[in-house]
Design a protein around this ligand. Structure first.
Ligand SMILES: NC(=O)c1ccc[n+]([C@@H]2O[C@H](COP(=O)([O-])OP(=O)(O)OC[C@H]3O[C@@H](n4cnc5c(N)ncnc54)[C@H](OP(=O)(O)O)[C@@H]3O)[C@@H](O)[C@H]2O)c1
Length: 280
């Protein structure tokens, strides 16, 4: 497994599995199978309402806790709950996470960030991150953080490469973890003829070429899947290297265009929404 080195000295695998929109049963299954086939990075969130299932999948895999890099996210309605971190750990069935994010720049997000810093100091989070904090949000946080984050999780793929944001990340050695790395099921990205051409050359699928592009950009990538064949393919991307010329050709696909457009009104809704956590 290739790893990236974080700005606090920790390492993180470059490929993991995402669990957004996976039901508890699917999340448990995907996590267990992914770990059994060699994955060591798992991404979940309070908001995915599958943290207990992720914890069960980890245990059922037989892989030791210390070998797994586990990432989760506090939801905005938890930012002012003083027990939010402990309750998250309890749901996951662990006594620390490897990475703890605040999920959205909504509600009292500075209180949320302070919870991350506290959890970091207490050893409950081995690294911390911000999710969806682009533009003015990271600019404000930059003036207020005591501990700089190790990660930012944002939408990124060949159509939207986060060029602007990366200038700030480079200043602090913050790593980018890509969400919607394959376009969230949208076929236009996967069907770009260039990925079929490169896939033919390397004996890979277009999805595998896209995921390799992410890692060669220096991104950590967490494709979501409930299909065991896709899960296997998505890990099998580290035995070939795109040339500089091929990376330059992929760079030309950049349209600076997101799939997902968040509005200010949605941020207000996010702050008000409370996840209906799994009871067991
Ligand atoms: N921080 C945030 O706000 C945020 C937002 C969105 C996502 N995320 C994180 O990022 C992860 C990835 O995003 P995502 O799951 O929404 O989008 P994605 O990984 O771009 O796409 C997932 C879709 O691609 C399909 N797929 C996966 N592997 C494939 C392959 N090898 N070939 C063809 N199709 C494939 C999956 O279907 P199958 O199930 O059939 O494989 C699923 O429909 C999430 O799971 C979550 O952990 C974070």
């Amino acid at each position: 497994m290739e790893n990236v080195k974080l700005n606090n000295g920790l390492t993180c695998p470059v490929v993991g599995i995402g669990t957004f929109m996976l039901s508890p049963a699917d999340a448990e299954n995907s996590v267990r199978e992914a770990l059994k086939m060699g994955y060591r990075l798992i991404d979940t969130a309070n908001a995915y309402v599958n943290e207990r299932a992720v914890g069960r999948g980890m245990k059922a895999s037989g892989v030791e806790r210390g070998e797994i890099f586990l990432s989760t996210k506090l939801w905005p309605s938890e930012y002012e709950n003083p027990n939010a971190v402990d309750e998250t750990l309890e749901r996951l069935g662990v006594d620390y996470v490897d990475l703890l994010y605040i999920h959205q720049p909504a509600g009292n997000w500075l209180a949320g960030y302070r919870q991350l810093e506290k959890a970091y100091k207490e050893g409950k989070a081995r690294s911390i991150g911000i999710s969806n904090f682009e533009g003015k949000y990271i600019a404000e946080l930059e003036t207020k953080w005591e501990i700089a984050p190790q990660f930012i999780q944002v939408e990124a793929h060949p159509y939207f490469t986060q060029k602007e944001l990366r200038k700030t990340l480079d200043k602090y050695g913050i790593k980018l973890m890509s969400w919607y790395p394959l376009g969230h099921g949208d076929k236009s990205l996967i069907n770009e003829p260039l990925f079929a051409e490169l896939g033919k050359k390397y004996g890979k699928t277009p999805a595998q070429v896209i995921l390799r592009w992410h890692t060669q950009m220096g991104f950590v990538v967490i494709p979501g899947s409930k299909n065991v064949d896709h899960i296997r393919d998505n890990l099998n991307i580290l035995d070939f290297t795109l040339t500089d010329e091929e990376m330059a050709r992929i760079a030309k696909l950049d349209k600076n265009e997101r799939y997902y457009h968040r509005t200010d009104a949605q941020l207000v809704q996010f702050a008000a929404w409370k996840p209906g956590f799994e009871k067991e």
